[in-house]
Design a protein around this ligand. Sequence first.
Ligand code: CO
Length: 217
Amino acid sequence: MKYLPQLFANNREWAEKMTAQDPEFFRRLAAIQSPEYLWIGCSDSRVPANQITGLNPGEVFVHRNIANIVVADDTNCLAVIQFAVDVLKVKHIIVCGHYGCGGVKSALLDESLGIVDEWLVHIKKVQSNHLATLNELPTVAQRWSRLCELNIIEQVVNICDTSIIRDAWSRGQEIDIHGWIYDLHDGLLRDLEVSLDRPERLKQVYAEALDKIRSST
Ligand code: CO
């Protein structure tokens, strides 16, 4: 192997291990995918969806971008959500951000990193919508963590506001949206308790989730 031989060696070892555990594993997966979950997470290399949730190939449909953002003009993300909801019929959509997110920090500190600045405008909007809440916190580290949490809550709202989810709910399709945060320091996930299964509860759940993160300081 000419390029990156270690990765190919790892791959062969992994495929052999999977087959040893379950000889039908790849045959079954090749036939159909029917994941129950759509994961929308950060591209950060330290937050891999499958490993941290203990899920195998075939069990989670994944979209990742810098700072786990869902916006109405991002065809890529919307196509993933639409396919997951309408074709795969996932039962849960999880927006998972993480403490220590570099994208969130760049937005918070107004850093200039190039084209990524244009993407992070979406985080700056979250920041400006919650300036009072953020300014209650004395340190940059605390504001950074809080903005990571606020961003996740806002992205849950953005998903609920898409016509994809509105239409799915109105035709009675069961689909729950969740907001989680991952801590790089201990490898643990925390539920931000912003789960929604219908549009009527959106305002209330949103307000309660904001109260909870404020009182957790
Ligand atoms: Co990140």
